[in-house]
Design a binder for this molecule. Structure first.
Ligand code: PLP
Length: 394
């Protein structure tokens, strides 16, 4: 439906490419807020956001910077000290040397997608993304005039895109890019090193550009997450301070880009944003000193994951994917409903547990699934299991 805005006597309609679908989770949040306004206590498992604030060193650094006075623009690629600190993170976490010249600071990973897609693709280019998958991948591609090509993934591959599936789609009609995330949203599943390497090799052999969304790195429980940067200098890696670092609202992320793209991306960033908010960059650099805090939060997620993996089957939800990482569990609710949107609506109204219907992430099979986010307290998780058990049982 076109949005019509009346200006004088002329109707001004929005462009066709701006007509992207909304994020359904936002509607769930609005309904939860209505229940809370009338005194109800809702357990929030719909939002993919850490409950904890930014690590203390980040907040202290931001206070200190404000006291010092001016908050100027930084260079378009980001504060040199932050880029160097990110390079150190790869050295320490992945034993990988990354030239800071290849590191670009961005406005969250969301800002990184825009820069990456603009730098890599022409209008009309076809870019493979998985379903289920994070909805803005396909919506941003659409808004930029690219064509998202949805490839279904299956339980058998932990919902990882395989080389065979990629090449089959490419043979049908050539692809120019592919984007995968591991740990993934909404499934919480991860790609093994072998699965990632084989997919990247297939993409490289066909000249398909490879983008790896690594925003949930750090939150890996089943096995250590592998960065695509360790497997190819041509991969474009996207990461963020939003999840492991608990800094969603600060809006800082980063990319590791192929060397040849650093300058084009710098020019794009100069024109699109000038630079990423400086206060947030200063805080992000200091966040790396909050390792102990962040590991304690991760341990909390791990406990939440245990509570749900043990508790949900007792509550009646027996069928879910391996929750390898991130803070999501993707449950099959087809034993109860053919419409997971209606299921989440009723669960919110009756049990006061908010979760996200799968249709947000998967237009094909999403009506069978619900995503639970377990980024809140262990008490909330226990309470949620009890409420769901009572609701489904009664
Ligand atoms: C898979 C994935 N990628 C990217 C983002 C965007 O995060 P941000 O822009 O805060 O870095 C999210 C947010 O939920 C996400 O789940």
């Amino acid at each position: 439906m076109d949005i019509a805005i009346t200006r004088g006597r002329q109707a001004l309609s929005a462009s066709r490419r701006s007509n992207v679908p909304p994020f359904i989770v936002m509607d769930v949040m609005a309904e939860a807020a209505r229940i809370e306004a009338t005194g109800g206590h809702v357990i929030h498992m719909e939002v993919g956001q850490p409950a904890a604030p930014a690590p203390a060193p980040a907040i202290q650094a931001a206070h200190a910077a404000l006291r010092e006075g001016r908050i100027d623009y930084t260079s378009a690629l980001g504060l040199p000290s932050l880029r160097a600190r990110i390079a150190r993170y790869y050295r320490e976490t992945h034993a990988l040397e990354v030239d800071p010249d290849r590191i670009v600071v961005t406005t969250g990973s969301s800002g990184a997608f825009i820069l990456a897609f603009l730098a890599l693709f022409e209008p009309g280019d076809r870019v493979a993304v998985t379903i289920p998958g994070y909805p803005p991948y396909r919506h941003i591609l659409t808004a930029l005039g690219c064509e998202p090509v949805l490839i279904e993934t299956t339980h058998e591959t932990r919902h990882a895109l395989t080389a065979d599936a990629l090449l089959a789609a490419h043979r049908k009609k050539p692809l120019q890019g592919v984007l995968v995330g591991s740990p993934a949203n909404p499934t919480g599943t991860m790609m093994s090193r072998e699965a990632l390497a084989s997919l990247m090799a297939a993409a490289e052999s066909e000249g398909i550009r490879f983008i790896s969304d690594e925003i949930y790195h750090g939150l890996d429980y089943a096995f250590p997450a592998v960065t695509a940067a360790a497997l190819s200098p041509d991969a474009l890696v996207i990461n963020s301070f939003s999840k492991y670092f608990c800094m969603t609202g600060w809006r800082v992320g980063w990319m590791i880009v192929p060397a040849a793209l650093a300058r084009p991306i710098e020019r794009l960033q100069q024109n699109l944003a000038i630079s990423v908010p400086t206060l947030s960059q200063i805080a992000a650099e200091a966040a790396f000193d909050g390792g102990a805090e962040m590991e304690a939060i991760k341990a909390g997620y791990q406990e939440n994951r245990r509570i749900l993996i043990e508790g949900l089957p007792r509550a009646g939800l027996t069928n879910f994917l391996p929750a390898d990482g991130a803070f999501y569990l993707y449950a099959d609710v087809s034993a109860f409903t053919a419409d997971s949107t209606d299921f989440t609506r009723r669960m919110l109204a009756k049990a006061h547990v908010a979760a996200t219907p799968g249709i947000d992430f998967d237009p094909v099979h999403g009506h069978q699934f619900v995503r639970f986010s377990y980024a809140r307290s262990a008490d909330d998780m226990r309470d949620a299991v009890e409420r769901i058990a009572r609701w489904l049982g009664g």
